[in-house]
Design a protein around this ligand. Structure first.
Ligand code: BGP
Length: 471
């Protein structure tokens, strides 16, 4: 459906930008920080760097926040490294790490930028991982304790919290992200136990947040992708619905309604992967209520039914990771969509689809916490980065928010990935997302100078006018 006129963005719309700790901070072992599962990772895709220096934001706090202010951000979404606060996950607190985030938050508040804080973005403390990670319920207690330290320290300054970033990606693609040592299908039972335990931990933290503060808001932050059926064949439609439920709704149904999605549960039961649910777990999840839904959107997925013994297709993978699963679905190439240089589908209208679906399913305000274009950027001789392709990508997605607003959806903010260049999770530094270029490559740290890209000035104008600049 088209509209003759699209609504304006609400006056208080939260224009922001996102990052995560391990992809930007560097200083991986400074000032008492303990190692996370990311830091102890042994393998990286060929030609990509590790995360030891990253964007070195740890040593550029004032400079970077001044740039975010110049950009006009209303909010900045970043994550706190659990291992800076509690280096081994559940032992002594680290005052230097706690002080670092006070400095960052104070700097943001100085410029009137609202901190939007992710408590956990893939970087589980390595010491907890050694004790069984999320498979061990000790980690639930450790996460609640860590969250309560964050509330104690930053609760008077931070009013919007995100619990766990992309729990579904950690469960579905943990080996690719380096977030779990488990490999292969035989590990799935353990993974779904970890999944359950993470939900219990999240529920405890949401309840604690509401008990401690009257004015703080908290929500989950999964990655949500629409799943299209490859054809009008009823089998393909069912395959798409199944994958939709297992990839997306499992995570939001538990976080919002405190219920296991029926299709996802059927899948787990059929394979013998149901988690052990302890007494009180489901009551706790029912009692925990998020105030909003944050979600990350990059692309859509197109799937079809898979015949017995059929090879898994490599048509159009989920973020280039998931291609299908025996007895469940196969990925199919969507010939209607273009791809980025890194092979991810580009699908702005899929963004509208998920905004509508999430809203009409849960009726909670929504904020987009990641969306963006990973591309090779070139620093040209004029000392600039002419990333018109990124501007086009963002403009097309932002326009979809206006369509969704016209559809009656309550979108309250948009925080694209990423505020500044960082180390990508799968493809190193060469794959850039930021509004601000950072002068380094995968094998040469160079000057680490910050340079405003063309998209920086474009987004700055957009925020100033609270409207898309005319093309
Ligand atoms: C999301 C993660 C981010 C970020 C992004 C882009 O899954 O939450 O941390 O990495 O994907 O992915 P990539 O860096 O692999 O291009």
């Amino acid at each position: 459906m088209k509209y003759a006129q699209l609504p304006d963005f609400p006056a208080d719309f939260l224009w922001g930008a996102s990052t995560s700790a391990y992809q930007t901070e560097g200083a991986w072992n400074e000032d008492g920080k303990g190692p996370s599962v990311i830091d102890v990772r042994e393998e990286y895709p060929e030609g990509t760097c590790d995360y030891t220096v990253a964007t070195d934001t740890y040593h550029h706090v004032e400079e970077d926040v001044a740039l975010f202010s110049e950009l006009g951000l209303k909010t900045y979404r970043f994550s706190i490294a659990w291992t800076r606060i509690v280096p081994d996950g559940d032992g002594e607190e680290n005052p230097a790490g706690i002080a670092f985030y006070h400095r960052l938050i104070d700097e943001l508040l100085k410029y009137g930028i609202e901190p939007l804080v992710t408590m956990y973005h893939f970087d589980l403390p390595a010491a907890l991982d050694e004790k069984g990670g999320w498979g061990n319920r000790v980690t639930i207690d450790a996460f609640e304790r860590y969250a309560r330290i964050l509330f104690r320290e930053y609760g008077s300054k931070v009013k919007r919290w995100l619990t766990i970033n992309e729990q579904n990606m950690m469960i579905l693609h943990g080996d690719a992200l380096g977030t779990t040592k488990l490999r292969g299908m035989e590990a799935k039972k353990d993974l779904y136990q970890q999944n359950h335990n993470m939900f219990v931990a999240q529920a405890r933290v949401m309840i604690a947040c509401h008990e401690l503060f009257d004015d703080a808001l908290i929500g989950p932050a999964p990655n949500i992708a629409p799943v299209y059926a490859a054809t009008e064949s009823p089998e393909d439609v069912i395959a798409a619905e199944n994958w939709y439920a297992i990839r997306n709704w499992l995570y939001l149904d538990l976080a919002v309604r405190g219920e296991y999605n029926g299709i996802a549960w059927g899948y787990l039961r059929e394979r013998g992967w149901e988690p052990t649910i302890e007494e009180g777990d489901m009551d706790l999840m029912k009692a925990a209520k998020p105030d909003f839904i944050a979600f990350n959107y990059y692309n859509s997925q197109t799937v079809g039914a898979i015949a017995e013994g059929e090879a898994i297709n490599d048509g159009s993978g989920d973020q280039q990771i998931a291609w299908g699963e025996e007895g469940l679905y196969k990925a199919v190439k969507n010939t209607h969509l273009e791809h980025t240089s890194f092979g991810w589908t580009i699908d702005p209208s899929g963004f509208r689809t998920v905004m509508r679906q999430i809203w009409f399913r849960y009726q909670l305000p929504m904020i987009l916490t990641e969306n963006g274009l990973g591309e090779f950027d070139t620093l040209t001789e004029d000392g600039k980065i002419h990333d018109d392709y990124r501007i086009e990508y963002l403009a097309k997605h932002i326009e979809q928010i206006q369509y969704a607003l016209a559809d009656g959806v309550q979108m309250i903010g948009y925080c694209p990935w990423s505020a500044i260049d960082l180390v990508s999770t799968h493809q190193g530094v060469a794959k850039r997302y930021g509004f601000i270029f950072v002068d380094r490559t995968d094998d040469d740290l160079k000057s680490l100078a910050r340079i405003r890209k063309d998209s920086f000035f474009w987004y700055q104008e957009l925020i100033k006018n609270n409207a898309l600049p005319s093309a």
